[in-house]
Ligand binder design. Structure first.
Ligand SMILES: Nc1ncnc2c1ncn2[C@@H]1O[C@H](COP(=O)(O)OP(=O)(O)OP(=O)(O)O)[C@@H](O)[C@H]1O
Ligand SMILES: [Mg+2]
Length: 313
């Protein structure tokens, strides 16, 4: 990580659905974290814990129930002029798990990629537009000849490359990659991760990389946040999180990663998470506390002391 400049600050963000109704869902429930310029922040947790909602709320696909998202010092939520909103929508892009669902099947690849260029008026004429498309195709490891084909003519990995080109087309500086490799074959996953890493360097990009489990995020993330039921429960540098997972839920996620060595794999013990181990007294303050430098855990004062002792052993 080159600098420690904050690109995004998420403060006490809440996203509740069906508020006040019997089926109210607290998809994101008071989470606070920063994303530094140029880094990749991994966000992991089981299905339904609120990862996608966090991403979508950050870029304001949803209006937050409460809390703030600050992008380069400016609040993304709250009253915004059409021009400001357009600027946010240009600078913050998303890549999805299923690129097929996000690419219009009736549009040629060139038009899928150029959609943002058109919306934001980034090309003076058709020649400039097409040159930009060709350049983007090459940037993501495809070629000029692919421009006139349709999304269904491509493999999953190639489609993800098209999705990446489409996001890159508008010169974003922040990209939310929502499980971009989960649907791909393992051999293709590494290629897409490597492409994202390369692009990050070349285009000075900042990523929020969402994943289900902790196996692949390790290779791309500088820091990792772990979510459980709408809460961020642990946040640390990637290496630190793997070396010293403190929250029991993080430990269970780590124990779920299969080991490459079959001998060790046979001895792997899966740990299941039991939320009832945290019994907080009414009035007890439970929040993210910095247990070691840059290592935060959602805990009470008492747990904080226990975690510190565990680290110092
Ligand atoms: N638009 C919506 N309206 C109502 N509830 C929603 C909406 N979007 C998400 N939810 C609910 O919010 C919770 C969090 O969903 P979210 O999609 O953010 O989880 P996720 O961590 O991305 O899961 P997955 O790993 O399956 O993608 C879930 O209970 C989900 O059913
Ligand atoms: Mg999701």
């Amino acid at each position: 990580m080159a600098t420690k400049e904050k690109l995004i600050e998420v403060k006490h963000l809440k996203q509740y659905f069906n508020i006040g109704r019997a089926n109210e869902v607290r998809a994101v429930d008071d989470i606070t974290f920063d994303i530094y310029k140029g880094e990749t922040l991994g966000l992991v947790g089981e299905s339904g814990c609120g990862k996608s909602t966090t991403g979508r709320t950050i870029i304001r696909l949803y209006n937050a129930t409460s809390g703030e998202v600050i992008y380069k010092g400016k609040n993304v939520h709250g009253k915004k002029s059409a021009k400001e909103l357009k600027h946010f929508h240009q600078k913050m892009q998303m890549i999805f798990q299923d690129p097929y669902a996000s690419l219009n099947p009736r549009l040629k690849v060139a038009d899928c990629i150029a959609e943002g260029i058109d919306i934001h008026g980034l090309a003076k004429n058709n020649e400039e537009r097409m040159n930009r498309v060709y350049e983007l195709l090459e940037t993501v490891g495809l070629s000029k000849e692919h421009a006139n084909r349709y999304p269904h003519e491509f493999s999953g990995g190639q489609r993800q490359r098209i999705g990446i080109a489409r996001a890159l087309a508008v010169n974003p500086d922040f990209i939310i990659a929502d499980e971009p490799i989960s649907a791909l074959d393992v051999s293709i996953q590494a290629q897409v991760v490597n492409l994202l890493k390369k692009l990050q360097k070349e285009h000075d990009l900042t990523y929020l990389f969402i994943a289900h489990d902790l196996s692949m995020v390790k290779y791309i993330s500088d820091r990792i946040g772990v979510m459980y039921f709408g809460k961020l429960v642990e946040l640390a540098d990637a290496e630190e999180l793997y070396a010293n997972p403190l929250h029991s839920y993080t430990q269970s996620l780590l124990s779920a990663i299969p080991l490459p060595d079959p001998d060790y794999e046979r001895t792997r013990v899966r740990k299941t998470y039991d939320p009832s181990i945290h019994h907080y007294e009414p009035g007890e303050e439970v929040k993210m506390r910095e247990v070691a430098p840059h290592h935060f855990v959602y805990c009470s004062e008492k747990e904080f002391t226990q975690y510190q002792q565990a680290l110092n052993k």
